[in-house]
Write a protein that binds this ligand. Sequence first.
Ligand SMILES: [Zn+2]
Length: 123
Amino acid sequence: MTPTASQKWLALLRMRCPHCCAGRIYERGMKMNPRCPVCNLQFEREPGYFMGALYVSYGLAIVFLLFGLWIGSMLLPTLDLGWIVLIAAGCFVPFVPVVTRYARVIWIFFDRWAWPSRPEDRE
Ligand SMILES: [Zn+2]
């Protein structure tokens, strides 16, 4: 059965496999499963595969920092912009692990959407 678009979005939010939407991508913490425990889909297709996740991570960080700048300039309009940038960057630090995990998950989902499964990915 092919998952619907809403099932895929839910699987992305829950960090589940893009193929079956059930298997966990992360075993625990930052440790990824090499393959889906349910459908055996290979998550890392080739060496250096997660270089693409860096672009996603960068984009998420920019969105977070711009949002922090906007909030900071609303709450502290008299404070120097440099300080607001520094505070926003400091507030971002605790979110780095979450952003890194989601960047990889988003990358896997994008990659599987743009270049669907090859037969050897599930051997
Ligand atoms: Zn799966």
